[in-house]
Design a protein around this ligand. Structure first.
Ligand SMILES: Cc1cc2nc3c(=O)[nH]c(=O)nc-3n(C[C@H](O)[C@H](O)[C@H](O)COP(=O)(O)OP(=O)(O)OC[C@H]3O[C@@H](n4cnc5c(N)ncnc54)[C@H](O)[C@@H]3O)c2cc1C
Length: 536
């Protein structure tokens, strides 16, 4: 018999920041009973993340919130890198949308969090406890026991099958689970000033890579602007926050004939480059800032958390529905930790790039960027943001090719998201398949060659079956199994993809849009069998 004083749930998420709320939206979408526990009664309004990438938007698309979130974002925001003379030596302005969304988008974090939280109202299976604080937790083979204080200060107990700690940089879940956060805190502090009613005509992100005091000026939605300045060694924090000092610094970005805007808030931050030594201990997982902290120079802290959220949510859901073996949960650590660490290292490196060691290094850097302007491949690498480290899963829930195809090998990489046409209307690919596994036959029926037991397995994991037919080809609908959705490759993106590797006409996508398997449809049964072996 269940103790009535203990709250029971399938998943407890500690922390209702952007990472925790995104996981809760996913679990709600999958119908999983979820408790979202947050110690604060309000959304934090500190100046924090301002940038979301295309991968995060794709994650939010999976929970039906991307369009609502985009309403408060500036899309396709360019970034300009300036030298100490004020000259622009490099520009990032990505126009490509390989994953179906703009790649550099600017937002106000509390607005984004509000929309994410509103999304939870759609789910009866998700309950949010605001003003509840996790104090400690223990786990055994069956469950995790959480001890909390409620808004009245009373001690309360929660029993959950699984716990996700999305409780930020000072995570209680992490410390209570014996997970260590390794790495360093940087000596240099940064001042962040958020202003309102911004009069500056500079609709981009300006990064001033200066050997003494690097700084940034970021154009944000609704007349906001973010200014960031590195503090000089020995500079007094209290003095720098004095209004006259703040104005002096702001003048570096505002010409004298432009009035200074009102300051909304100014804070001083330390930057960290840290990563948890494990992302999982038994039934407990850490995600978002609880698992990794990075300097904000590449704007990937929150975005890394969205990758965690999208990775862990479908795995928990399939395990709790009994459609997958709990062993698949171990792949969360192996798939996410290496890439999260690569992002921490990359952001740390970007920080060094922002502050050249001396004028000579600066001169060499400028020369390098000038030279690559004449090499379209290299120029586009920067311009289109192709230098961002992308996840690639080589172990976990992936079926590697017998002969790896190097850079062209799609297995374990995020799949493209083109438009496809269904019944005469164009849709983004993910909107047709939903946040589920998908089996795509490119010009072929994806059920061909599968045994009844393999069909039953695909059914259990909720896989969608899709036949992508070459654009404007004679309709093959009658020859296709009725469970298969037929779409038209209206943009020709699948054609182009196949032209690179004509023998690959069978693709299995995971719910997080990573390629689980790829190959010839003649071996469809083999690919599904390999996936089944990984999952069950
Ligand atoms: C100045 C600055 C600029 C940044 N710029 C960017 C950017 O441009 N792009 C980007 O991607 N990232 C950026 N980041 C990072 C980004 O803000 C964070 O990575 C992101 O907010 C982390 O989200 P989270 O949900 O993991 O954690 P948090 O947002 O920290 O949320 C954790 C939640 O857990 C709650 N909590 C903590 N302990 C408990 C407990 N014991 N019990 C119950 N609840 C608890 C907290 O109240 C909080 O609501 C920036 C950060 C800073 C500081």
């Amino acid at each position: 018999m269940q103790d009535q004083n203990i709250l029971h749930t399938q998943v407890a998420i500690v922390g209702a920041g952007p990472c925790g709320v995104t996981i809760a939206n996913y679990l709600g979408t999958f119908g999983i009973q979820t408790l979202l526990i947050e110690r604060s009664t309000e959304i934090l309004d500190y100046p924090r993340a301002v940038g979301a990438d295309d991968e995060s938007l794709r994650s939010w698309q999976g929970v039906g919130l991307a369009h609502d979130l985009l309403k408060d974002m500036i899309q396709n925001a360019p970034a300009r890198y300036h030298n100490s003379k004020g000259e622009c030596f490099a520009q990032v302005s990505p126009g490509e949308q390989p994953h179906g969304w703009p790649r550099r988008n600017l937002f106000i974090q509390p607005l984004t969090e509000q929309t994410l939280r509103k999304g939870l109202a759609r789910f009866d299976s998700v309950r949010t406890l605001l003003g509840w604080e996790l104090v400690s937790l223990t786990q055994n083979d069956q469950a995790v026991e959480l001890s909390l204080t409620d808004p009245d200060g009373a001690t309360r107990q929660v029993r959950a099958a699984y716990v996700v700690g999305a409780d930020g940089g000072r995570s209680t879940v992490r410390s209570a689970s014996g997970i260590e956060l390794k790495g360093m805190t940087h000596a240099n502090k940064w001042l962040v000033i958020d202003v309102t009613d911004d009069p500056l005509d500079a609709p981009y992100t300006a990064i001033h890579c200066h050997p003494q005091r690097p700084s940034m000026s970021i154009h944000l939605p609704y007349g906001y602007r973010r200014l960031e300045f590195q503090l000089l060694p020995g500079e007094d924090e209290a003095q720098i926050l004095a209004p006259a000092q703040l104005e002096r610094l702001m003048r570096q970005h505002y010409p004298h004939d432009v009035p200074l805007p009102p300051i909304q808030r100014a804070r001083i931050y330390l930057h960290h480059s840290r990563i948890a030594d494990r992302f999982q201990v038994g039934r407990v997982f850490v995600a978002g800032d609880a698992a990794h902290l990075q300097p904000p120079f590449f704007g990937q802290g929150l975005n890394s958390g969205m990758r965690d959220a999208t990775n862990i949510a479908w795995k928990l859901a399939l395990v709790l529905k009994g459609a997958a073996h709990p062993r698949i949960l171990q792949s969360y650590d192996s798939e996410r930790r290496d890439h999260a660490e690569a992002m921490v290292n990359f952001a740390t490196w970007m920080g060094r790039f922002y502050k050249p060691r001396n004028r000579l290094t600066e001169w060499c850097r400028d020369l390098f960027f000038k030279a690559i302007q004449v090499l379209p491949g290299a120029r586009d690498h920067i311009l289109q943001l192709r230098f961002k480290p992308m996840s690639r899963y080589t172990q976990g829930i992936v079926v590697p090719l017998a002969q790896p195809a190097g850079k062209a090998d799609p297995v374990g990489r995020m799949f493209m998201q083109p438009l496809v046409e269904q019944d005469g209307r164009a849709h983004k690919l993910d909107d047709v398949i939903g946040p589920h596994f998908a089996v795509l036959g490119l010009g072929v029926d994806p059920t061909q060659g599968l045994t009844p037991s393999q069909r039953a397995f695909l059914d259990r994991i909720g896989a969608r079956l899709l036949m992508v037919q070459p654009s404007r080809s004679p309709a093959l609908r009658t020859a296709v199994d009725p469970s298969v959705t037929v779409v038209d490759d209206v943009q020709g993106k699948f054609r182009d993809w196949r032209m690179k590797q004509p023998s690959w006409d069978y693709v299995i996508l995971r719910p997080d849009r990573y390629v689980a398997a790829v190959g010839s449809s003649a071996r469809a049964s083999h690919w599904v069998a390999r996936l089944e072996a990984l999952m069950t």
